[in-house]
Design a protein around this ligand. Structure first.
Ligand code: NAD
Length: 322
């Protein structure tokens, strides 16, 4: 985790397509990643228990294992991308114990399989591990300000523990693991009903219902379009060994009040924007420092918020008119 070596391509001994396992492959991001990796010529297997994901998200041509990531992984893979975890607050709060254990026990199963087979692991961590940050720009060096017992702790601390396990397996067992700290991703394919802010606002605007902003609207977030996310994750597969945690996101920061206004404008909606009490334990600001990703992966986000929202709104109109 601490040394940097040249990039190595993970090519199987006998040649042929490389084998990748995407845990959480029936989710929003996992499904999009499976599709991209299939296009790149990988042999792709999605593993998912369908607790918040949907079998329809697994693209044609992708093998599917209906299983819990907390169980031992039996197949052999060159790369394991670990995305299995509830991610929307409603999902991760519903069964908080399961959320912690998916992130801890599931992570251990992934790392054990990688240790056994010499696979590379890319862990889908989250900007949430920074908690309520002191600095306006969050770099990978920031260690975070989180509560181990707050309402979001099952997810936040579960992800922090997963990072700790990655670091421990790397140091103690030499497992090749990269931690990607993902900042809010959105786009077509987002579950319209999972309560995350962009699908929630677009849905309300299209139905002509109020857009409910919790707090005074000044909290900020930085939203990354799904295609930019999959490009970054695909690049991470061949990133230098021992890279250390890396932020993946778009540094275009927007307040939640501005976001609501933008969505009302882009949808042409007559919806009002309504303020509601703040949600406890919610971070005030989120903006990734992506200098490391730009330098090491040669990657930068290409879709700005207005364009990404237009594409998402178009997709939602398709969904709602079916
Ligand atoms: P999602 O809910 O759409 O996908 C998560 C998938 O994991 C689902 O298909 C679910 O069924 C599966 N899953 C959950 N528990 C499991 C278990 N025990 N065994 C097997 N499968 C299980 O969420 P998403 O937005 O696609 O997020 C994917 C990953 O990316 C998560 O790990 C999340 O923490 C991380 N992440 C996402 C975002 C974002 O903005 N979407 C931001 C930061 C991090």
């Amino acid at each position: 985790m601490t040394t940097t070596a040249p990039a190595t391509r993970r090519v199987p001994a006998g040649g042929g397509p490389r084998a990748v396992l995407v845990t959480g492959g029936a989710g929003f991001l996992g499904g999009a990643l499976c599709a991209r990796l299939l296009e790149e010529g990988w042999r792709v297997t999605a593993l998912d228990d369908l607790s918040s994901g949907h079998a329809e998200n697994v693209p044609a041509g992708c093998d599917f294992i209906h299983a819990d990531v907390r169980e031992p992984i039996t197949g052999r893979y060159d790369v394991i991308l670990n995305l299995a975890s509830p991610a929307a607050p409603a999902d991760y709060m519903r069964d908080a114990v399961r959320t912690v254990m998916t992130n801890v026990t599931g992570m251990a199963q992934v790392l054990d399989a990688a240790r056994r087979d010499g696979a590379r692991v890319v862990q889908a961590s989250t900007s949430e591990i920074y908690g309520d940050p002191d600095d306006a720009l969050q770099s990978e060096a920031y260690v975070g300000r989180t509560s181990p017992v707050g309402p979001r702790a099952a997810y936040v601390e579960g992800k922090r523990a997963a990072e700790a396990l990655c670091a421990a397996y790397a140091r103690q067992h030499g497992v090749d693991v990269t931690i990607a700290r993902i900042f809010n991703v959105y786009g077509p394919g987002t579950n319209p009903a999972d309560g995350r802010v962009i699908p929630q606002f677009i849905g309300a605007a299209l139905r002509g219902e109020p857009l409910v902003v919790n707090g005074d609207g000044s909290r900020t977030r930085s939203f990354c379009f799904v295609d930019d996310f999959t490009a970054a994750f695909a690049a991470l597969i061949d990133a230098p060994v021992g890279l250390g945690p890396i932020n993946i996101g778009n540094s275009e920061e927007v307040s939640i009040g501005e976001l609501a206004q933008l969505i009302v404008e882009l949808t042409g909606s007559r919806s009002e924007i309504r303020l509601a009490p703040p949600i406890p334990d919610e971070p005030r600001q989120r903006r990734p420092d992506i200098a490391l990703a730009q330098r090491v992966l040669g990657w930068r986000p290409e879709v700005d918020l207005a364009k990404g929202l237009r594409l998402t709104i178009d997709a939602f109109r398709g969904v709602s008119s079916e």
